[in-house]
Design a protein around this ligand. Sequence first.
Ligand code: CS2
Length: 476
Amino acid sequence: MRLSLDTLAAANALKPAYDPAALDIGVVHFGAGAFHRAHQAAYFDALAVADKRWGICGVSLHSAGVRDALKPQDGLYTLAILDEEISYRIIGSMREVLVGPEDIEAVFERLTRPSVGLVTSTVTEKGYCLAPDFSLDLQHPDIAHDLANPQTPKSFIGYVAEGLRRRKQAGLKPFVLIPCDNLPKNGVRLKEAVTVFAGQSDHDLALWIHENLQCPCTMVDSITPATDDALRTRVAEAIGVADAWPIQREAFTQWVIEDHTHDGGPDWESVGVTITDNVPAYERAKLRLLNGPHSTLAYMGLHRGYESVSKAMKDAELADIVRKLMIEDVVPLLEAPKGLDLVAYSEDILTRFRNPAIVHKLAQIAWDGSQKLPIRILSSLTEALDRGQDIHRLCLPLAAWMRFIRAQALSGEPLTDPLVDELIAIGTTCQDDLGDVSRFLSLRAVFPETLATDATVITGIEGAYAELLKREAVFA
Ligand code: CS2
């Protein structure tokens, strides 16, 4: 028996306390992947009990997988919350999923509905098509395509700009645009990117967007490992009905949104969203104290032969490096959001990393390193350098990433990264000596000139690289 509105009553799980079919579409979400369904969709599910306006139309920009899995289930899916206690909750807020390339006009129809007040996104760092300085990359193939073909976009930016153009033309106000990816100042960057995109062909539209679009910065957090068959089996056994695409996450969840004047929006705080005028402080703390250590564990952990975050955390030496990196190297660089003790925050994150109920694959976190490392590690490295702080630990994840790329290049296994070709070319020509470091440092899309030519940085990364080579020799 498959999960659907007809079988919902039989599911042995917490069920929506509202009729999912009665929800209006009020949100268009780009990137209907696991994180969205674990995080924002769960908040909209909680909102739906008192407010029927915020049903979600998910848009997948590439594949039809989520639509094909959820359509026969009337959009319902199971959220498995894996912690000391394990619970299963059916989420009813995802009302439909469209597939961009197949349903372009339907996506624009939703984007121009007066009742659609919010557009949210989890398109990953690379989905914003930004250059290393975080401005819109006009040379990006998808952006170049969308500028030439605005009615049939490929990129998230292209969809939003054309959606806004059509709203302006129809005399509607813009939707509120809420990015939910791990980018610093995500709202500022996104608004700039959409405005610059629009300004390439329509100055008035760019001005209208500049003056009217609300695009708050946000911080989102909840550890969400990818779905696998083990989860499907576990969910089917626990709830008694089959679900083609359940989602798993830890119990911890946090959503911080910049205070903004959005009349008629959802009652965010009633479902636990924090509304504040200091999102950057939360954002920096999370990017540097959760995501940075995550990437550190990923590259160093894979180097040591571990598969998951909790397994890597059992390596006392590695766990100690990560803890010191957080508390001794990164915390002193940060301003704490009001009421948050950054050391306690770090310890709580380390406890979350140890969660034995979650198998969070290091290989999943290792994706897209060229996009993640500048935000997660190089930001701290640059500031630590400016302050004359010791940088040796911050160099370890960078060196480990270089060894990871080298190993991927040798193995011939696919690498998921927008710079895959450049990275594999460097990885293949590595000689397994310190000369490799300068090959990687020449990648301007990752290492800005000032860092790549700094003697302390070069020595720091070479030292870390030498340590890793030595370790490989010992364990060979
Ligand atoms: C992780 C994040 O995959 C990754 O790069 O660091 O997805 C992380 O699990 C989330 O940001 C937690 O909120």
